[in-house]
Structures are given as C-alpha cells and as structure tokens.
Write a protein that binds this ligand. Structure first.
Ligand SMILES: O=C(O)CCC(=O)/C=C/C=C(\O)C(=O)O
Length: 285
C-alpha cells in the first residue's frame, strides 16, 4: 500500500444542498465497496486528519474507503456563521458530499461534534446510514451529573476567543487522561492549523453569540435510529461527560457502549490500537 498522507488524499468539492453552497475539503483514503466517513470534533484547529490520523490506515488495509470530511468552519473548508443547529448543518454538508461522490450509504464514525452530526444525519437520512460509531458525542443536552458547560468546553470557548499557545496547551491537557504523550510538535501543528484560519475562529465566536446551543438535544428522537450503533467513551472525559453515552444507549435501540478507563475525550487517539480493533470488528461482523 502506498503511504497515506494528508497531501496525497486531499480533495475539494462544491456542495449544493438547497440554499447552502460551500467549498468543502475532505480526504479520500483507500478504495472499497464500503465507505466509512469520519467526522471531527469542534475544537479550534481540528480537522479530519488531525483527529483521526491514528485510525485511517487499519480501516483502509481492511478494505474500507475512508473519507475525512472537514466540516464548514474548520481546516480548508469554507467558513460560516452558524445561527441554527450546527449538528444539522454538518449533516446537510455530508449529504451534499455523498451525492456527487455517488455514495448511497456510508458508515459514520463521529468524534464529539462529529458524533452529534452523525446522529443528525441518521435522523434526517436513515436510509443512507450503515452503522454508527459515536465517540464522545451523539447529542447535546444537559448532564444530570456534571455542571455544564464542562471544564473542557469552557477552555475550548476561551481558546476561540484568545487563540494563544498557552490557552491551547491548557485545552489540550484536558483532552486526554495522560497529557505526557502530547508533544511540542503536536501543539505547534494544532496552533498552525488554528492561526491559518482566523476567519473560522471569529465565525465560531459569532455563531455562539447568536446561538449558544449549537448542538441540540436529540434525546427525544433517539429511538427513531435503526442503525446498529457502537458508542465509545472515555470515563475521564472532561468535555462531554460519560453520562451522555448512557443517554445514547438508553435511547438508541440497537446500541452498545464501551467505556475506556484512563481515557479522556480522545479515545481514538489515546487508545488507538484497541479502538481500531473494536471499530473494525463492529463494522465487519
Ligand atoms: O460542545 C460539544 O458538545 C462538542 C464539543 C466538541 O466537539 C469538542 C471536540 C474537541 C475535539 O475533539 C477536537 O477539537 O479535536
């Protein structure tokens, strides 16, 4: 297999969905009759490649096509002020990408905001979903146990307002259970991503001012989801609390939950090997 790099897999598409028209960046990796779309989280400087670089190759080697969609407002995709549900906006963009790529049905793996967006997609276009993997996300809404906004979300919003290296390090140290694996190279790459698109940072702050609840609570509609769903959470998640995972399995009829101990909001990164094996097993059975 030729090495997968961000540059060699980088693509753009013009998305048209109703009145929505956007230039969207994605990475297209591998070939296969089944496709897994990976949707990243909402932190400043996030992208499909930044969130999932430890998870692409095992799926490609197993014969899946993997598409990393950069949501509007992140990375090389167009910027946007989102006044309504960002989960539904991202879902519409995914639908808008699937049509020109001739993808009838995809599995969706979503991290945090990406999980919220995967659920929004499954509610709007159920016939176009294979299986769902929801990690550290799937629905907004209040936690009965943890004060909200959580510590992590407060740091994330602070970083959007003041994008400094100190604020970035404070946020990233809370992403993971064990920050000793976070390198200066990783901080610098994330800082570069963030500062390359100040329009994204400004638009996120404007969106929050217009609508502080960017991710609606889908709890009352979860029973509509027929797709088989694997929910994965870190017990030590300080961004989206673990009880959200319990709400998801309580609501989605055909679902199961795996909780990693000693794991923060980035299970796909902190426990990459086991995470990859679980996802492959779930998508292949
Ligand atoms: O506010 C929410 O419910 C979602 C928060 C979210 O998406 C945070 C994600 C952070 C990352 O995974 C990232 O930026 O890499």
């Amino acid at each position: 297999m030729t090495a997968l790099t961000e540059a060699s897999t980088s693509r753009f598409a013009r998305i048209r969905e109703g009145e929505l028209e956007l230039n969207i960046h994605y990475n297209d990796c591998g070939q296969g009759t089944e496709t897994v779309v990976m949707l990243h989280g909402s932190g400043p400087g996030a992208s499909g490649w930044a969130n999932f670089n430890r998870n692409i190759e095992p799926l490609v080697v197993a014969g899946f096509r993997v598409i990393l969609l950069d949501c509007p407002g992140w990375s090389k995709s167009d910027s946007i002020v989102c006044e309504g549900s960002r989960s539904d906006l991202n879902a519409r963009v995914l639908k808008g990408l699937m049509d020109p790529l001739d993808l009838d049905r995809v599995h969706i793996l979503g991290n945090s905001m990406g999980g919220h967006s995967a659920v929004a997609f499954a509610l709007s276009w159920p016939e176009r979903v294979g299986r769902l993997v929801l990690m550290g996300g799937g629905t907004g809404g209040a936690s009965p146990f943890v004060p909200m906004p959580t510590e992590g979300i407060k740091l994330l919003q602070g970083l959007y307002r003041e994008p400094t290296i100190d604020n970035l390090k404070k946020m990233m140290n809370v992403f993971v259970f064990d920050p000793s694996d976070l390198t200066e190279e990783l901080f610098q790459a994330r800082l570069d991503n963030m500062l390359a698109r100040r329009d994204h940072l400004d638009n996120f702050v404007k969106s929050l001012a217009i609508n502080p609840k960017q991710f609606p609570d889908f709890s009352p509609r979860l029973a509509e989801i027929k797709a088989e769903t694997l929910v994965i959470w870190g017990r030590n998640d300080r961004f989206v609390p673990m009880d959200t995972g319990l709400r998801l399995v309580a609501g989605i009829p055909n679902s199961e939950l795996h909780v990693f101990n000693n794991c923060g909001h980035w299970a796909q990164w902190e426990h990459a090997d086991k995470f990859n094996r679980m996802v492959l097993d779930f998508l292949s059975h």
